[in-house]
Design a protein around this ligand. Sequence first.
Ligand SMILES: *Cc1c(COP(=O)(O)O)cnc(C)c1O
Length: 231
Amino acid sequence: MSISNNLKHIQEEIRIAACQAGRDPSEITLVAVSKTYGPEAINEAISAGAMDIGENKVQEILDKYEKVLPVRWHMIGHLQTNKVKYILDKVSMVHSVDSLKLAKEISRRCLAAEKRMDILIQINGGMENNKYGISSEEVPELAKKIREECPGVRIRGLMCVVPYLEDPEEVRPFFRQAKEVFDRCREVMEDKEGFDCLSMGMSHDFHVAIQEGATHVRVGTSIFGARDYSI
Ligand SMILES: *Cc1c(COP(=O)(O)O)cnc(C)c1O
């Protein structure tokens, strides 16, 4: 299957999953995750209708940015404070904020550039050692501090990473918990309307994530194919 066929297939699956869950498909944004894939593959996806591209490394965004058609870029991977400056003029959202230190640096740089960055707070659903993100218990406190101390960022919601489990049903509790934290945070937000993003679900579990309230699904393999990290 070609990238454009894969994309259409995933868009259709998202539509079906949303309808089955009684949700409006237009509430769900597909972020096509292109890590390890080059500009040509990304442009094929964009030409076929992808409007949001996700990358997990600063270097990959920098390498591809100029060669890719105009599109919204999402930073979805761990972001080191010292690399924030390279991507702030390129990405439209940072999904992976998991410390006050990082939020402060994004805020400081954005204020200097007279802009505001949309960010999500990253939850490590399964608290796995090999993944970044904070526990759901820590979210309200971090959100409060960011609101108080980081005027250059706008907290748009949460991102959740979960363990890879063969049976996607098994990750449902993690997604459900993320949605609960999301709803609780929303209640105390001044701008409730603006706290509207819940980024969760990947190629093999996005159906479940949509049932549990995801507004952004991050799908790589099912669009671009299996990644080859050896090259
Ligand atoms: C790679 C990646 C994805 C996409 O995963 P697939 O299984 O290829 O769909 C989603 N989210 C994050 C944070 C990733 O790093």
